[in-house]
Unconditional design. Structure first.
Ligand code: SF4
Ligand code: SF4
Length: 424
């Protein structure tokens, strides 16, 4: 009876094998260096410790956002696209790691029944992966989602992933045309392709090593570029969702407790510490900007953006990410009017699939503006009127209630009087 096992490096010469290991080492070197570079930039930020209670609270949220992809699937087409590509990618990645364990670490896993299921599952998820990528490409080309930017680089990433997916099937198909084994049908796609490849000189054993090496090179290019591109979100998005201190929509982080300050009347000693340069952000805030996928959901939901104000939350996040390298002054790349246009409504945070807290970023920088004595003229006038006339409209104090005339607005004083009357 035929032994069921994976024949890694089938028909591959020693020279090709050596080339593969050298390329793998280079790609991994690029990856580690790139990731370390970003890590050092995050470390520049103010240290904000991981609180394990936060992580515990994040586990359920992580399941909903990363596994279930709850926010992404609100858009059904894009939801399917993302689940197909991400589940496919993860399963194919796990499959590759198992090959390494089996061949390089000499732990024979890929044999017998396990190997048959392995082939079947990988072939199915490979199809999901390719379908997902095709949907993503078509949606971008046909401009079906206005929020998406369709630059050459975005399409290049998709093409690279697609070529890797298709290449895997091609080498499997050629292998199955030549290697006679009784369990080839478990590799459903490869087996179907092997039928098509019969008699072809291009998809033949002669060209197999070239197909095999080109597939490996594309996979290594992907590994090498991840930390230098927005593909870094493959790693930073799950990290951000799981470890980021919990600040869900509506919860605003303040560097002081206003209630305590007012009780103890310590306003004079209040020192506002805001963000004026990159290294004033916390390390988690900096990491979170590297999780941005540039999907544009935040822009599409932002009332300030939609009403023509000079604010686009995606740009705020991307600008911080892109200026992290040189500890730059925030005002050199983000204008005060952008920060002052935010209404803190939280729509962007609510919709962001990778849990970036735009409000937290924007308010930190707004405090930086106050620190630099830059304040919105309208807000300043309101505060001055409040201080001097006790009337935000700058009219005499006695006219404070004028705006509510005829609107039937309950006045506290009258409410209290009514209560007293009712009590009597
Ligand atoms: S919180 Fe600010 S940036 Fe976010 S959606 Fe609302 S207005 Fe836009
Ligand atoms: S911040 Fe979030 S919602 Fe906005 S573009 Fe980035 S990933 Fe998308």
């Amino acid at each position: 009876m035929q032994t069921i096992q994976r024949d890694t490096f089938w028909m591959i010469s020693t020279n090709y094998k050596l080339t593969l290991y050298i390329l793998a080492a280079i790609a991994i070197g690029f990856f580690i260096y790139g990731f370390y570079r970003r890590y050092r930039l995050w470390k520049r930020g103010v240290r904000e410790k991981v609180r394990w209670n936060d992580v515990k609270a994040n586990i359920g949220f992580f399941y909903k956002m990363v596994i279930e992809q709850k926010k992404i699937k609100r858009d059904p087409l894009y939801g399917w696209m993302h689940r197909f590509t991400s589940y496919g990618f993860v399963i194919l990645f796990i499959g590759t790691v198992l090959v390494m364990i089996d061949y390089d670490f000499k732990i024979p896993l890929l044999k017998g029944k396990f190997y048959l299921y392995y082939e079947l599952i990988l072939d199915i998820f490979g199809v999901f992966f390719i379908i997902g990528l095709l949907i993503a490409m078509i949606v971008r080309v046909l401009k079906k989602r206005e929020r998406l930017r369709n630059g050459l680089v975005d399409q290049a990433f998709l093409i690279l992933l697609l070529l890797i997916g298709i290449g895997g099937y091609i080498i499997e198909g050629i292998r199955l045309t030549e290697a006679e084994n009784s369990y080839a049908q478990w590799s459903i796609v490869g087996y179907a392709l092997s039928g098509l490849f019969q008699g072809s000189s291009f998809f033949s054993i002669e060209y197999y090593p070239i197909w095999w090496l080109s597939h490996s090179i594309l996979a290594f290019i992907l590994i090498a570029i991840i930390p230098y591109t927005k593909l870094l979100h493959f790693l930073t998005a799950p990290i951000n969702i799981l470890f980021q201190p919990v600040k869900r929509t509506g919860k605003i982080n303040t560097p002081y407790n206003l209630e305590e300050m007012s009780e103890e009347e310590r306003y004079e000693s209040l020192k506002i510490k805001g963000v004026t340069k990159i290294s004033d952000f916390t390390n988690w805030q900096l990491l979170s900007t590297d999780a941005c996928t540039e999907c544009g959901r935040c822009d599409s939901q932002c009332p300030a953006n939609n009403s023509g104000k000079p604010l686009a939350p995606r740009s705020i996040v991307m600008k911080i990410r892109d200026h992290m390298q040189n500890d730059e002054e925030v005002l050199s790349f983000i204008g005060p009017e952008e920060l002052q246009s935010c209404t803190t409504c939280g729509a962007c945070v609510e919709v962001c699939p990778v849990s970036i807290n735009h409000i937290d970023l924007i308010l930190s920088m707004r405090r930086g503006l106050i620190q630099n004595q830059i304040i919105d003229q309208e807000a300043e006038n309101t505060l001055v009127h409040l201080e001097e006339q006790h009337n935000i409209f700058g009219k005499p104090w006695s006219d404070r209630e004028n705006w509510s005339k005829g609107l039937n607005v309950p006045v506290i004083e009258n409410v209290e009087k009514n209560k007293e009357k009712e009590g009597a």
